[in-house]
Design a binder for this molecule. Structure first.
Ligand SMILES: C[S@@+](CC[C@H](N)C(=O)[O-])C[C@H]1O[C@@H](n2cnc3c(N)ncnc32)[C@H](O)[C@@H]1O
Length: 401
């Protein structure tokens, strides 16, 4: 950990201006946290190196899954010498995170100071092939981390340094193990701001040649589907039990529908099952996550319905016109029932109300303790319970005129 030079303090001060929009905002929710601060402090010397002396600069700093832009804008602000917008390249899986970075960049007058990697291209050599420094916030999912670390070790130059930071209370031994499978030198920083960084160097030669773990493909005999999933996509290549229950109502869903939408499609199981069961039905599968979108496209391809399933990376269908669908299926993020999750579900219901034609149907599955039936009736239209098992409720909502 370097001393905190004055520049670093003033950088932290300027980052205090960042907001979380379009993410959930609230007095106790901050767009910059101890993990961001620790990562910028740990990588400070590397981030400051002058592009004039470090080999041109383009693509030398790579930021993965910046939450609201603090790492990207912080890395930009650390640079010395002439600022090259190609120097800091950011890849964000969530389109909402991209939007938050854009809003914050504008706020700090840094809109053209970095380069965005097309998230649908994934973690490829174009993104990582010149990286000297990689900053990433440790994801909750070890599968996500595995895919990220394997990609860095495969594509980045041998002198790359990876700074992977997390809240101490959320860090596990498994994270070290994942990184150590691809890097010869892994050490932990001292703790600060209740956070710690794992710092990795020396990508292993074997990591350059081994088959990537993701995307994974599995056959789900139970529903006769091949599922393809990138790391961190909801349920991976497994069938979620809520999804399984919703699938048992497939035949009852808007029988005359021509246009259907799967909002929050994950690996694409609902969208692809619909397309398979209803020849002639066009299905749009949408998710905020690039990994989910590329997984869904691959799942559709693997099951021979690529022509019937189109994909769209979007935040709660925000770019779709009103009244464009006859059927929407939705398995919203619901497991913990925390404010953040119910918020996401409500945004999906509001989106369904907008994109459904009058008389169109929304089919939803959720944990029975959640009181979504009342919300659905209010926001979308008359809602009936189509089924209930010990854990889940499935509802059919008809969009009111
Ligand atoms: C419970 S998972 C369901 C995945 C899939 N439909 C299934 O049943 O296996 C919810 C999905 O919603 C997506 N999601 C969450 N918030 C979203 C938003 N604002 N816009 C679009 N997708 C979102 C998540 O990325 C996740 O893939």
């Amino acid at each position: 950990m370097p001393d905190s030079p004055e520049e670093l303090d003033s950088l932290f001060h300027s980052l205090d201006a960042l907001g979380r929009f379009p993410g959930t905002e609230g007095p106790e929710l901050s767009a910059v946290d101890g993990v961001d601060r620790l990562l910028l402090a740990e990588a400070y010397a590397d981030l400051r190196s002058d592009p004039a002396t470090d080999g041109g600069g383009a693509g030398r700093v790579v930021v993965l899954d910046d939450a609201f832009g603090a790492l990207t804008l912080g890395a930009v602000a650390c640079a010395t010498g002439a600022s090259d917008p190609a120097r800091v390249v950011v890849h964000q899986d969530w389109v909402t995170a991209e939007r938050a970075l854009d809003v914050n960049a504008e706020r700090l007058g840094l809109t053209d100071a970095f380069t965005r990697h097309d998230a649908l291209r994934g973690l490829d050599s174009e993104l990582l092939g010149r990286a000297k420094v990689v900053l990433l916030r440790l994801p909750k999912s070890l599968d996500t981390l595995t895919e990220q670390v394997e990609a860095i070790a495969r594509h980045a130059p041998a002198d790359v340094t990876v700074y992977a930071g997390g809240r101490v209370k959320h860090m596990t031994r498994g994270m070290n193990d994942v990184i150590a499978r691809s890097f010869g030198d892994v050490r932990a920083s001292l703790g600060r701001f209740k956070s710690r960084a794992l710092i990795a160097r020396s990508p292993l030669p074997s990591a350059r040649t081994q088959e990537p773990t993701f995307p994974r493909r599995a056959h789900l005999g139970e529903i006769g589907l091949d599922v393809v999933s990138h790391g961190g996509v909801f349920a991976g290549t497994r069938l979620d039990i809520g999804t399984r229950y919703l699938l048992t109502f497939l035949d009852e869903m808007a029988p005359d529908a021509a246009q259907a939408i799967d909002v929050g499609c994950g690996s694409g199981i609902l969208a692809v099952s619909l397309a398979q069961a209803r020849p002639g039905l066009q299905v749009l599968a949408s998710d905020q996550s690039a990994a989910a979108i590329t997984s869904t496209a691959a799942t559709a391809q693997a099951n021979g319905v690529a022509a019937a399933v189109t994909t769209l990376r979007d935040d709660a269908l925000s770019t779709l016109p009103a009244d464009c669908a006859d059927l929407v299926v939705c398995n919203p993020p619901f497991h913990s029932g925390t404010a953040l999750h119910t918020d996401a579900a409500h945004r999906m219901f509001a989106a369904a109300a907008r994109v459904l034609r009058p008389g169109g149907e929304l089919w939803t599955v959720y944990n029975s303790h959640l009181l979504y039936k009342r919300d659905l009736s209010r926001v979308v239209g008359p809602t009936t319970m189509a089924g209930q098992n010990p854990k889940f409720t499935v509802t059919r909502t008809v969009r009111r005129d």
